[in-house]
Ligand binder design. Structure first.
Ligand SMILES: CC(C)(COP(=O)(O)OP(=O)(O)OC[C@H]1O[C@@H](n2cnc3c(N)ncnc32)[C@H](O)[C@@H]1OP(=O)(O)O)[C@@H](O)C(=O)NCCC(=O)NCCS
Length: 222
């Protein structure tokens, strides 16, 4: 696919179908991740929250003119605060979705690890974080990832963030390649889950382009 005229990047507000597509992409392309083990309904609730919270942001790449989802990127100004807000606001929906999944002790343990890792992060690292980033396999290496990443970096810049961190699994080699070519620096390793090493990258953010903050859907488009 050539490039930019064949897809667009959109921001909030998202339709239920768009949120469902993001949850499907997450489950399909990050299958070994803990969140995928919680199932698509939980992922939909989570992404609905990230896509509407002032503490987070979601951008989705869609084909033109069909509007098929090609990828997404999401980030948080403060992941701990975003997860707390999620728990407070979404518990009536999330608890019934999560309860049957958490009967499994290993999953419950991994959930506690997931919830505690943002608060335990090295305070020298940026607070802002890339939470997840996926492009469909057929369009990797075609510029979709660059456009999504640019939108997210600009959004962080518009919020005055000087840098952003990302924690990515040791086996996600293509993601390492992407972050390195995008100017991110490796800052060591961590284990969000016991026995599973992840790499930490930090990417500097240029200062904002203009006054105001791009959060509206039309501003999410290039
Ligand atoms: C991470 C992701 C969104 C990046 O999108 P992408 O379209 O693959 O990214 P790009 O092709 O622009 O960049 C990847 C770079 O890494 C390089 N690369 C590919 N395989 C690599 C490998 N095994 N080791 C190191 N670098 C590699 C590519 O050559 C490319 O660099 P180039 O453009 O200079 O050739 C996509 O690969 C993806 O969805 N991966 C699965 C989910 C995932 O791991 N997400 C990260 C969560 S933090």
């Amino acid at each position: 696919m050539s490039p930019s005229d064949q897809f667009r990047v959109v921001g909030r507000p998202f339709s239920a179908a768009e949120i469902a597509a993001v949850a499907r992409l997450h489950a399909a392309e990050v299958p070994e991740g803990f969140l995928s083990s919680l199932g698509e309904p939980v992922l939909r609730t989570l992404y609905r929250h990230v896509g509407s919270s002032e503490l987070g942001v979601l951008f989705v790449a869609e084909s033109l003119p069909a509007g098929e989802p090609l990828g997404y990127i999401c980030g948080a100004l403060d992941t701990s605060a975003l997860l707390r807000e999620f728990a407070v606001r979404r518990w009536p929906i999330a608890v019934p979705q999560l309860a049957p999944r958490l009967l499994h002790p290993r999953r419950l343990y991994r959930m506690l690890e997931t919830l505690t890792y943002p608060g335990a992060a090295d305070p020298a690292l940026p607070r802002a974080e890339i939470m997840n980033f996926v492009v469909v396999p057929s369009l990797r290496g075609r510029g979709v990832a660059d456009r999504l990443f640019d939108h997210l970096i600009r959004w962080f810049g518009d919020h005055g963030e000087p840098a952003v961190k990302v924690v990515t699994g040791e086996r996600q080699r293509r993601a390492h390649g992407f972050y390195e070519k995008s100017g991110a620096e490796p800052r060591g390793r961590t284990a969000v889950h016991r026995g599973a090493q992840s790499r930490i990258y930090v990417c500097p953010i240029p200062p904002p382009r203009r006054a105001g903050v791009a959060t509206l859907r039309t501003e999410g488009e290039s």
